[in-house]
Design a protein around this ligand. Structure first.
Ligand code: CP
Ligand code: NVA
Length: 323
């Protein structure tokens, strides 16, 4: 058992009752730290080439209503490394795409597979899906949340900085997207300060940021919002951004380019951060828009460690939910 997280309770006594993994906010700090602890263990086993077939014979069904490189491949490889298998289901090819209800789809698939991962649009779709599935359901991205990505982000920050609580993170860009919302919940859960900077009209979901502020207060950190990217960047240890136009918003791309113009993560803006800051981006990235190539391809960037950690963080989630 990895003992890197100090002052944590006895992990073996952790009471895990949640069936699904839909948001980070649905879990307490101990559960999030436990999953990260498990992820470090998974990564260690993988790197040493030690077999770890915790999900031998189990199958994960994966429904995608949007494109994916990292999520699809890391879940599929993760299941195989855990001794199980995964089935890719494009929403276009299954009856869901022809109007079969989400309720019926969830009930039917639950009779075949041991777990389901879904990438969809409305967050309510995955909530309905989870309510009707008798097997664990994992959120592979909705318009509102991207929790498995943020688990990988927290793991990456921990590996590079040696801690989570006490650090300052800033998120520059679209405050009202899935990444920002899951980062708000993730930072608050692990006691990391987070300041979000977004242009007028692109502020985070009010309910999510208000809850994150409350959780943060309980966990000794500050969750803040500003319209000034310089203010958010001030002395940041961790700098995060995401695309200005998320999947499904393509029609707004031109309007968004104008609105986000002053929110590019570049050398001038990063001068406000700590000299040893790390840069994260969930990818795919648009160099020259939300981030310059100098930053994302430069010495502060940890984006490929972050992408790799999707695999390890998700294996922990799969093991805890499906074993
Ligand atoms: N970061 C991420 O979720 O990437 P994909 O869209 O490629 O899965
Ligand atoms: N916010 C982005 C994340 C992609 C992984 C999107 O939803 O398109």
């Amino acid at each position: 058992m990895y003992k890197g997280f100090v002052n944590q309770p006895d992990w073996d006594a952790l009471d895990w009752t949640e069936k699904d993994f839909l948001t980070i906010g649905q879990f307490g700090s101990e559960q999030i730290l436990y999953l990260l602890d498990q992820a470090l263990e998974m990564k260690g086993l993988t790197k040493k080439g030690i077999p770890h077939p915790f999900l031998k014979g189990k199958v994960l069904g994966m429904i995608f209503e949007k494109a994916s490189t990292r999520t699809r491949v890391s879940f599929e490889v993760g299941m195989k490394q855990l001794g199980g298998d995964a089935i890719f289901l494009s929403a276009k090819d299954i009856q869901l795409g022809r109007g079969e209800t989400i309720e019926d789809t969830a009930k039917v698939l639950s009779r075949y597979v041991d777990g389901l991962m879904i990438r969809t649009f409305a967050h309510t779709t995955i909530e309905t899906f989870a309510q009707n599935a008798s097997v664990p359901v994992i959120n592979g991205l909705t318009d509102l949340h991207h929790p498995t990505q943020v688990m990988a982000d927290l793991l990456t920050i921990y590996e590079h900085k040696g801690r989570l609580s006490g650090l300052k993170m800033c998120y520059i860009g679209d405050g009202n997207n899935n990444m920002c919302h899951s980062l708000l919940e993730g930072a608050a859960a692990v006691g990391m300060d987070l300041t979000v900077a977004s242009p007028q009209g692109y502020e985070p979901n009010l309910q999510i940021i208000e809850q994150a502020k409350k959780t943060g207060q309980n966990n000794g950190c500050q969750i803040l919002f500003t319209h000034s990217p310089e203010e958010a960047m001030e002395k940041a240890d961790v700098v995060v951004t995401d695309v200005w136009t998320s999947m499904g918003q393509e029609e707004e791309a031109d309007e968004r380019k104008k609105a986000f113009h002053a929110f590019q993560v570049n050398r001038e803006l990063c001068a406000f951060a700590q000299p040893d800051f790390i840069f994260l981006h969930c990818l795919p990235a648009h160099r020259g828009e939300e981030v310059t190539s100098e930053i994302i391809d430069g010495p502060h960037s940890v984006v490929f460690d972050e992408a790799e950690n999707r695999l390890h963080a998700q294996k922990a989630i799969l093991k805890v939910l499906m074993q």
